[in-house]
Design a protein around this ligand. Structure first.
Ligand code: ATP
Ligand code: MG
Ligand code: FE
Length: 343
């Protein structure tokens, strides 16, 4: 099937077109630069940018893929979770397209889409796959027997998401928003010299929160370390702090992910979401998976951050698995749970 996917859950207007397992085009317009001076995404600014970019991005995607709208077999759209106003622009646009073309509409989960995008990169997901989902708003370990209708959460963050921790620590270090890519870059020129805490990895914490994460203590610890340096009138070794913080996050993520694979008999680990673009995470995950005999699947960095291809990829699976289409009055659901694939 030929499926067009629309993503507008945050600040990226994404339109992707997928034919079966082949990605034809991934067009993304981002309003990130409009938010940078505020140090975070401003919902009103994001919704307005989606309104302006939606039609041009659909047109660009079709042109670059050499696809006419009338050739499409289905439309899929992120129906949640995300910013309510942003989601509404995508959902309304998708409804209009599906209605006017007389083709089925699938409202799908943004987080499941972060997992499903790997299908256009590395082929069908083995069932079950263990997925580590690490993004700006979420951090979860998921057991995925079937990405179209059965996702189980083994654990998730009890405070900040991994991406949120990257963004907050970047701010402490005076790096621009969004901070993840800047920390990644800084860390390459630094050394892991500081032993920051690994939350929920030992003793009772580990027993109670085997597959959960906690990053707010780590963020506070980095913050205190930097403040102590400044108070002493000493320069802050930004690259070393970035490398040490990143190492702590990546160590916990990969350790728990590999453990979850072993305990749940998954031979494949899929990593998705914006933080999956992190070079050190990709590197450490690869070496730990190699050591454990687990096959690692991580899409190219451009498909880890928000895009329309991921939504088209999941929509395609819905069609192939014969799932019923969504109703044309489907709502945008800003707090859609990670275990709900479709609305
Ligand atoms: P969610 O998917 O939970 O709704 P989101 O869609 O806003 O959140 P994504 O686009 O999936 O988030 O990911 C964005 C996050 O990924 C940001 O926090 C950003 O800092 C982080 N990120 C992007 N690239 C990197 C990188 N190379 N290293 C670390 N973090 C990164
Ligand atoms: Mg973004
Ligand atoms: Fe996302």
């Amino acid at each position: 099937p030929l499926v067009l996917g629309i993503e507008t859950s945050c600040d990226e207007t994404g339109v992707g077109i997928v034919r079966g397992e082949t990605l034809l085009v991934d067009a993304v317009a981002s309003s990130v630069d409009d938010h940078a001076r505020f140090g975070g995404v401003v919902p009103e600014v994001a919704s307005r940018a989606h309104l302006e970019e939606m039609v041009p991005t659909i047109e660009r995607a079709c042109r670059e893929a050499g696809v006419a709208l009338k050739d499409l077999d289905a439309i899929s759209v992120t129906s949640g979770p995300g910013l309510a106003g942003s989601l509404m622009v995508g959902v309304a646009s998708a409804k209009a397209l599906a209605l006017s073309l007389g083709i089925p509409l699938y409202g799908v989960n943004h987080l499941a889409s972060h997992v499903a995008v790997d299908i256009v990169e590395h082929g069908p997901l083995p069932e079950p796959t263990l997925a580590l989902l690490v993004s700006g708003g979420h951090s979860s370990l998921l057991l995925v027997p079937d990405v179209t209708n059965d996702i189980r959460s083994l654990g998730s963050t009890i405070d900040d998401a991994a991406g949120e921790a990257f963004d907050k620590v970047a701010r402490v270090l005076g790096l621009p928003f969004p901070g993840g890519p800047h920390i990644d870059r800084e860390a390459r020129g630094g050394q892991v010299t500081i032993d920051f805490p690994r939350g929920l990895t030992t003793g009772r914490d580990m027993e109670r929160h085997r597959f959960d994460f906690s990053f707010s203590g780590l963020k506070t610890s980095v913050s205190r370390w930097v403040q102590a340096r400044e108070a002493a009138g000493e320069p802050v070794p930004v690259a070393d702090v970035a490398a040490s913080f990143q190492e702590a996050v990546v160590d916990v993520l990969t350790r728990k992910a590999v453990l979850a694979c072993k305990e749940h008999g998954a031979q494949h680990l899929q990593i998705g979401g914006g933080v999956a673009a992190n070079s050190r995470l990709r590197e450490m995950a690869q070496s730990r998976c190699d050591a454990a005999g687990i096959e690692l699947r991580v899409p190219r960095p451009g498909l880890c951050t928000d895009n329309g291809a991921m939504v088209a990829a999941l929509g395609t699976q819905m069609v192939l698995k014969g799932r019923e289409a969504s109703r044309l009055d489907l709502p945008a659901d800003s707090s859609m749970p990670v275990t709900q694939v479709q609305s």
